[in-house]
Design a protein around this ligand. Structure first.
Ligand code: GLU
Length: 278
């Protein structure tokens, strides 16, 4: 299969040096294999995404010398390349998962989940769902899609594994290391895990290159690939760029925003050399 890679930024802020380095790596891996690179704008969260960030991201990526063969600005055979315009595909996947009994409606609030689960799991960003609504599934299978959260029912203690292109062998047990996760939000927006799998599969992406903050999400996505009957791609997680105090870079930190660095006279090649040396 010909290599197909992607850049999948969310327009929730300006790109920083960490994003740029991950995307640079994605581009290098793609070029080395003579592949095609796709730009996909992940703008599903209406509360956090803003059109002006989308325009700024495209401009910053081009400034950083990234080039893509397919994307919202250049078109291509796998469009649309803006996630919010791909709702029909996401809905079909939701229907298929529901018909096959993989998902259930959940009325727990975020606070309910946090209180029942105690502290968030140390290796993950999300507390393990305590299963309150899982048992009610049979009675509520015909629930409306909107107005409740929908969760994927993870198998009882299944050992999952994959080999990451950068971090090597990875393993996790379902139910103990991560629990039932969000598929569709109660504001009727597909959740990240569902949209990313449906879109990567439909765009025939062969390798997902992204930041190490999503390393553990890969297990959830592998369950979705299986449930939807799609072949999973390869995964390569790039190390996160940290600041001088060892903290992950944040979108709200203007000091590391690409446009700020550009305004201060840095050239893309200087930034890449600097990061490569740290
Ligand atoms: N859109 C996600 C983000 O900006 C990345 C998703 C992915 O690469 O899987 O954090």
């Amino acid at each position: 299969m010909p290599y197909r890679g992607r850049l999948a930024p969310s327009p929730t802020g300006y790109l920083h040096l960490g994003h740029a380095m991950t995307f640079w790596r994605a581009q290098e891996r793609c070029r080395r294999r003579g592949g095609q690179l796709v730009l996909r704008i992940e703008d599903l969260d209406p509360t956090r995404c803003r059109p002006e960030f989308r325009a700024a991201i495209v401009e910053d990526l081009r400034w950083f010398e990234l080039e893509w063969e397919e994307g919202p600005d250049v078109g291509g055979p796998f469009g649309p390349y803006v996630q919010s315009e791909r709702r029909e595909l996401h809905l079909t996947a939701w229907e298929n998962l529901r018909a096959a009994g993989f998902i259930y409606p959940c009325t727990c609030s975020r606070r309910d989940v946090l209180e029942a689960a105690g502290a968030p799991h140390e290796e993950d960003d999300e507390p393990i769902y305590p299963g309150t609504c899982r048992a009610l599934n049979d009675q509520r299978r015909e629930a409306q899609r909107a107005g409740v959260n929908w969760r994927f029912r993870v198998p009882e203690r299944e050992a999952l594994r994959f080999v990451d292109g950068n971090f090597g062998e990875q393993s996790a047990t379902t139910g103990t290391e991560f629990g039932d996760f969000l598929i569709w939000r109660k504001d009727d927006v597909p959740a990240y895990q569902l949209a990313v799998v449906v879109d990567d599969a439909a765009m025939e992406i062969t390798e997902v290159v992204r930041g190490a903050d999503l390393l553990r999400s890969t297990f959830r996505q592998l369950l979705l690939y299986r449930a939807l009957g799609f072949a999973p791609p390869e995964f390569y997680h790039a190390p996160l760029v940290r600041d001088a105090d060892g903290q992950r870079l944040a979108k709200r930190d203007a000091a590391v925003a690409l446009r700020g660095l550009r305004a201060r006279g840095f050239a893309p090649v200087d930034l890449r050399t600097h990061i490569a040396a740290t």
